[in-house]
Design a protein around this ligand. Structure first.
Ligand code: CA
Length: 291
């Protein structure tokens, strides 16, 4: 039997290209995140650790972060941007990672989002790059009218200051002692832009002296079998979680807060100008095998 050329092309999948059909030009990618204390997973509802200096056990209260400028790194070292389709947890340009699983110890709901979903040109990729933050053009918007995931009130500071880029809250065993000797339960890390001027509610342009966006590069990352770990042991390695030394309880990015130098140090951010000190791979984030 002799088959026509179209029939042959229909049968011989391996020769589709020769028949004029081009291979897929885009591919999908899912980039997973996971919360760890060292190597141990961290969840709401039970003690973890110990962590900090001195080391104490703690329970989790919140762990959420916005991520922008997501790219996979190809075999030539080029960062190829990942396009984010809109869903409840992301819109073009920004995604919200929510690792807080709800329950009596935690601040939010049981809903979580550990995964960024996107597309990029088909290719061979070996690394990952992203920035903890919200793009400047999206940051100073109304939480009431901006689509998800920028509508989360718990991640909002104000129109002028924008969003909390990263919110990690832990409740150490025995509580937190404030400078006046009073006790409070939870140590707060809120990372976001500070010293912002301009009134976006009236159409003004906002300028922030300290952007506090954190670029992260994982040179070797395989999204098919690995996740990005946020390691709370590394994050709080130089922090005494049982004490607040002044300013906001914990560190809310205040440049004069005596609790901020240690945690900004582990993040690799300058508390003076809000820029990364050594752009690259802060030890707070690393690739871990999950499959
Ligand atoms: Ca403080």
């Amino acid at each position: 039997m002799r088959l026509s050329l179209p029939a042959l092309c229909g049968l011989a999948l391996a020769t589709l290209t020769a028949c004029g059909t081009t291979p897929p030009q885009t591919q999908t990618v899912e980039i997973a995140f996971t919360l760890r204390a060292g190597t141990a997973p961290v969840y709401c509802g039970g003690p973890f650790g110990p962590l900090g200096t001195p080391a104490v056990t703690a329970t989790l209260r919140d762990a959420r972060l916005y991520v922008q400028d997501i790219a996979l790194i190809d075999t030539t070292g080029t960062a190829v941007p990942v396009t984010l389709p809109a869903n409840d947890w992301q819109q073009p340009g920004v995604a919200l990672i929510d690792l807080e699983t709800g329950g009596p110890d935690c601040a939010g709901t049981a809903a979580t989002n550990p995964v960024i979903r996107g597309t990029l040109p088909a290719g061979t990729y070996s690394g990952l790059r992203f920035t903890v933050g919200v793009p400047e053009t999206l940051n100073h918007t109304s939480v009431e009218v901006t689509p998800a995931p920028l509508d989360v009130v718990a991640m909002n500071w104000s129109w002028q200051a924008g969003r909390k880029f990263m919110k990690v809250e832990v409740t150490p065993t025995g509580g937190v002692t404030k400078p006046d000797g009073a006790k409070t339960a939870t140590w707060f890390l809120h990372l976001g832009s500070t010293d912002c001027t301009g009134n976006p509610a009236q159409g003004g342009t906002v300028t922030c002296q300290r952007p506090n966006r954190l670029p992260v590069t994982l040179p070797a990352f395989d999204p098919a079998r690995q996740a990005v770990a946020l390691d709370l042991t590394a994050l709080f390695s130089g922090t005494d979680l049982t004490r607040d030394q002044g300013g906001a309880v914990g560190c809310m990015s205040g440049p004069t807060d005596p609790d901020c130098p240690a945690v900004f140090g582990t993040l690799g951010l300058s508390l003076t100008n809000g820029q990364p000190v050594t752009p690259g791979q802060p030890p707070v984030f690393r690739a871990v095998d999950v499959r």
